[in-house]
Design a protein around this ligand. Structure first.
Ligand SMILES: [Zn+2]
Length: 126
């Protein structure tokens, strides 16, 4: 067996945002809040604020950025499915939680928080 054969001690290290398997240890970016590591590419494309939101939401709700096809995302459908699940007149709807889950749903479809805001704006201005 050569040195490059798979080592059972070497665990797969995945980016908590895009789920890519980070092969090069030098390309790992450790997050300050300890919710995992992210790849250099995600460091490059996302703002630190977006990274914070995304790592938090993926930690809480699971999944990763772009898990589903972006074209299958529908804002009205996403809102409908979330409100259906949460609608209970006897219980106060947790707006903050709804908001979080809407952002999370968008992220799963590869839509960043800033793109979601743009989508919301154009939806409301139609
Ligand atoms: Zn990444």
């Amino acid at each position: 067996m050569g040195l490059n054969s798979s080592n059972p001690l070497q665990k797969e290290i995945r980016c908590v945002i895009c789920n890519i398997d980070i092969k090069n240890i030098n390309e790992i970016f450790q997050l300050s809040h300890n919710l995992g590591v992210i790849c250099q590419n995600c460091v490059k494309i996302f703002s630190s604020e977006d990274i914070e939101i995304m790592t938090y939401l993926f930690f809480i709700y699971g999944g990763y950025f772009g898990k589903f096809d972006q074209r299958t995302f529908s804002l009205p459908e996403a809102i409908k499915s979330l409100t259906r699940k949460d609608f209970n007149p006897k219980k106060q709807i947790l707006i903050e939680n709804l908001n979080e889950r809407l952002v999370h749903k968008a992220l799963l479809h590869g839509i960043s928080p800033i793109d979601l805001v743009k989508t919301l704006e154009s939806f409301l201005n139609r």
